[in-house]
Each structure stands twice: as structure tokens, then as C-alpha cells.
Ligand binder design. Structure first.
Ligand code: COA
Length: 335
């Protein structure tokens, strides 16, 4: 068995900054409400004509990650692309990356696990590398939320939270003998699938409904979120899956050097931080700047933490995610 390690990280967010005040011009909301409930001050939205899309942002993040891993696109053995907002219903973003980066005809796998997407994708990459099948896997999380949110007062409970962006990691066979991914832990509970969901377009709300009826009041084309319900489950599952990961490696909370929680809501991260009694410098948050970027949130945060020198060789880094499905997971890594 081999050990895998993240050898390159990159991120990209669109230039267009959307503040809470900007949102209050199009819906009944305000900066105080959004900051108090979520910690978010601003987020990035793709602007029509800026050339960005989910796959384009993913490619931009991937190029940075590849150069930091000192690898070229042709060195990659597999692409794993996590998103809930693909450019097309099908095919997914993986093949778009394969084309854009002129990669060999390597497999391109799409992961649809929403906010847990990056941890799921990382876990898949880890398995392929552990078995020796592949040497370098490119893992991308990218989201274009702004293209599909309800920016009227009706959608304010959801649309103020989410932002656009992408993060990428090159996961490689660890040739250094130092550090690597120690374990990953994945879960799901489909009975709560409706509580955070986008039901159309889908085979339930298919083309005839879109073209023939197109009812203005029909909302399945916008995400639905039972916020309070999601919050309550998130804090429990985050805690459980972090503990599960630590216990699997005979580690304890005091061994954590850096916890990177999926940036769902600053209040959720703070709840976990308080529960585990972790000091501020051991928990990384950047939701204030980007909102919740779903599958992109962990790789963007991990990239920024690393760029800011907050992750050093030998550190124990814990990633934890929870999201729609519900699905949740963690990854325990020695940097
Ligand atoms: N601006 C102003 N008011 C808003 C608002 C907004 N953007 N969104 C909702 N409200 C209103 C509601 O209409 C409600 O008004 P009412 O009391 O008159 O009915 C009031 O604020 C409280 O709404 P509620 O949904 O109960 O608020 P909350 O305290 O649960 O906070 C969330 C809402 C969404 C911030 C919170 O539930 C949350 O963060 N949940 C987790 C979401 C999450 O992490 N999702 C991603 C998971 S990966």
C-alpha cells in the first residue's frame, strides 16, 4: 500500500465582490442579519461576460495547483471534479477539464456530494493512490451558485449564504516518506435529502415543465434549505466525524494543528471550535469573504491557510464537511 499526499494547492474566485449591502438592494435583507447569523460579509459572483463558469474556474484553480506540485497536465492520471453546479446537466465538469488542459485520455470522474464533495473526492483519490493504480490525481471543487439562486426576498434564506469559486489539489503518491493522508471517513443519511435540495431541473421536473408551463411561482428550480434543521444536524455530524477520524488514528483533539471545516456558516465553525476547545489559530475560516462555496470551500480554505503559512510540515490537518444529502466526512492528514 502506498500513502498519498497533497503536493499542490490552488484556488480561484471571480473578481466581482458582492457585499451584504449589494444584496439588500435586490431583496429584503440587511448586513446586520447576514453577519449575525452567518458571519458572511461578502461573497464573489461570476459576472455575465467575465468568461467564468464552474469548469473554467476549476481549470484556473487546477493550473495553480499543478504548477505548485511541479507537474504538468500530462502527468495527471485521473481527474475528480466535485460540484453541485455543473456547466451542463451532463456531461460533468471532469471532461471539460480534460479538454481545457489538453490532458491524456485519463479518467474524469464527477462527484456529486455537495458540501461534502471535496472530502468525498479526496477520499476517492486517496484510494486510487493507496492501491498503486495511479500516481497523481487532480481533485477539483468548483461552484457557480450565483447562476441559479433566487435573488428575490423569497430566496433570501438561501441566496445570501452561497458564493462562487474553485479550489484544487494535486494528490500524489508520497515519495518523501513524510506525512500524507492518514485516513478519510465518509457518511450519508438520505432520509434528509429534501431538507437541502434543488429538485429541478431533473427527471421529476423535466423539459416539458420548463418549456410548456414555465410557471413564475414554481420554485423547484431554486435550492430549498431548511436552515435550522440543517444547522442542528451539521453541528452534530461535524463533531462526530472529526472524533471518528481522530480515534481511527489514535489521536486526540489536542493533536490537531489546523482544523479546516467546510465553510457552511461561521456560527457552525465556532460551535465546533468551542466544543473542541480549539484556540483561534487552530481553526481556519474565510467564509466572511466568500460565503459558502460548497465543494470549493475546503480547497479554497486549505489553499489560503497554506498560502498564509498557517500549515507547516508535520502539522496534523483535519478537514471536515457536512452538506446536502445529508452527507458528511472528514480527512485526517499529516502535512
Ligand atoms: N435577511 C433577513 N431576514 C431573513 C433572511 C435574510 N437573508 N433569511 C431569513 N430571514 C428571516 C426569516 O424569514 C425569519 O423571519 P420570521 O421570523 O419573520 O419568519 C427569520 O429571519 C429567522 O429565520 P430562520 O430561518 O429561523 O433563521 P435562522 O436563525 O435559522 O438562520 C440560517 C438562518 C440559514 C442562517 C441558519 O439556519 C443556517 O445557517 N443554517 C445552516 C445553513 C447551512 O449551513 N447550510 C449549508 C450546509 S452545508
Amino acid at each position: 500500500m502506498y500513502i498519498s499526499k497533497i503536493t499542490g494547492l490552488g484556488s480561484y474566485v471571480p473578481e466581482n465582490v458582492v457585499t451584504n449591502d449589494d444584496l439588500s438592494k435586490v431583496m429584503d435583507t440587511n448586513d446586520a442579519w447576514i453577519q449575525e447569523r452567518t458571519g458572511i460579509k461578502e461573497r464573489r459572483h461570476i459576472k455575465k461576460g467575465d468568461g467564468n463558469s464552474t469548469s473554467v474556474m476549476g481549470v484556473k484553480a487546477a493550473k495553480i495547483a499543478l504548477s505548485r506540485a511541479s507537474l504538468g497536465p500530462k502527468d495527471i492520471d485521473m481527474i475528480i471534479f466535485a460540484t453541485l453546479s455543473p456547466d451542463m446537466y451532463f456531461p460533468g465538469g471532469g471532461v471539460q477539464v480534460q479538454e481545457a488542459l489538453d490532458m491524456r485520455t485519463v479518467p474524469a470522474l464527477d462527484v456529486r456530494n455537495q458540501c461534502s464533495g471535496f472530502v468525498y473526492a479526496l477520499s476517492v483519490a486517496d484510494q486510487f493512490i493507496k492501491t498503486g493504480m495511479y500516481k497523481h490525481v487532480l481533485v477539483i471543487g468548483s461552484e457557480n451558485h450565483s447562476g441559479g439562486l433566487d435573488f428575490t426576498t423569497r430566496g433570501r434564506g438561501v441566496s445570501v449564504i452561497f458564493g462562487d469559486g474553485a479550489g484544487a489539489a494535486v494528490v500524489s503518491r508520497n515519495e518523501t516518506g513524510k506525512g500524507g493522508i492518514l485516513s478519510t471517513h465518509l457518511h450519508s443519511e438520505g432520509k434528509h435529502k429534501d431538507e437541502l435540495s434543488l429538485q429541478g431541473p431533473s427527471t421529476q421536473y423535466w423539459v416539458p415543465e420548463i418549456i410548456e408551463k414555465n410557471p413564475q411561482e414554481d420554485i423547484p428550480y431554486y435550492p430549498y434549505m431548511n436552515g435550522t434543521f440543517v444547522f442542528k444536524h451539521a453541528v452534530v455530524r461535524f463533531s462526530e466525524v472529526i472524533k471518528e477520524g481522530l480515534e481511527a488514528n489514535k489521536l486526540s483533539v489536542s493533536d490537531i494543528d489546523m482544523l479546516i471545516p467546510h465553510q457552511a456558516n461561521l456560527r457552525i465553525s465556532q460551535f465546533i471550535q468551542e466544543k473542541f476547545k480549539l484556540p483561534n489559530e487552530k481553526v481556519f475560516n474565510n467564509i466572511q469573504k466568500y460565503g459558502n462555496t460548497t465543494a470549493a470551500s475546503i480547497p479554497i480554505a486549505l489553499t489560503e491557510a497554506w498560502e498564509e503559512g498557517k500549515i507547516k510540515e508535520g502539522d496534523l490537518v483535519v478537514l471536515a464537511a457536512f452538506g446536502s444529502g445529508f452527507t458528511w466526512g472528514s480527512a485526517i492528514m499529516r502535512w
